[in-house]
Design a protein. Sequence first.
Length: 290
Amino acid sequence: MNFPILSVTLAVPLVGALFIMVIPREDKQTIRLLGTFFAILTLILTTFIWVNVVQDGAGEMQFVEKYPWIPVQEANINYHLGVDGLSAPMIFLTALLTTLSLFYSARTITERVKEYYWLFLILEMSMFGVFLSLDMVLYYIFWEIELVPMFLLIGVWGGKNRLYAGLKFFLYTMAGSVAMLLAIIAVYFQTGTFDILHAAAAQPFGDLSDPRQWVWACMAFWAFFIAFAIKVPAFPFHTWLPDAHTEAPTSGSVILAGILLKLGAYGLIRIVLPMFPTQFQYFVLQALNR
C-alpha cells in the first residue's frame, strides 16, 4: 500500500488542533463539533488499519513508512513508522476512547473549551506516535509530547488538588523520561542504530561473559524498566496514580486508565523484552516465580 496511512493518522489530530487554534474561543459549539469530527476521522482510519493488519503470526511490521529525518552518518535518525498485531489494536483503542471522551466533554467542559479540545487532540497524536514509532528518537519525542497535555488537563480542569496531582504526575514521568533517554543513548553506543527492530535483532549487550558488558546491560535494562514501570505504574513507582485519577477530569481519567498506563506495558513488550531477554528473565521472571 503506497498511501502513507500511518502518517495521515498521526497528522489528522494535529490538523484538527491547528484548525481549533484559529477559531474564536467564544464559538464553543464549532470547537466541539470540529474536535469531535477529527476524532471520528482518526477512529475510521485506525479501524481500517486494524482490520487490514495481516494476522499471520510472522510478527512483521506492516504499512511501514521510513524516510531520512536526520541523515547524519553518526546518528542516522529516521522517521520510521510501522504497525503490527500488537500496536494496531492499541491505536484503535486510542482513537475510540478519544472520540468517546470528546463526546462526553461536549456536555461537561464549559471553561477554556478551545484549549481543552486543542490539548486533547495533541494528546491523541502523541499516543499514536508512541504506538507507531520504530525509531527510538522518534519514540522518545512522542513519549515526551504526551506528558505536557496530560499535565495541563489535570492541572487546569481537574479537581480541588489538581495542581498537586498534576505536578506529581509530571515529576514522576519526567524522572522516567530521563532514565529512558540514558538507556537509548547506551543502546545506540552498543548497536550504532536508533532503529528499534534492528537494535533488538543486534542484541546490544550480547557478550554477557564480559563482566563489564553485564554491568552495562543491567544498567540499560533497569533504566528502561524504571521508565516504563513508572508509567504502568508498578510498585514502588505507583503513588502518583491515585492522585492523578482522583483529580483528573472524567475524560482525562478515562485516557489515563485506558491508554497512558498501557504505554508502559507496551514499552516493556516492544523494547525491553526483545532487547534484554536475558536480563528480563533473570530479574523479572525469577522475581515473579518467587
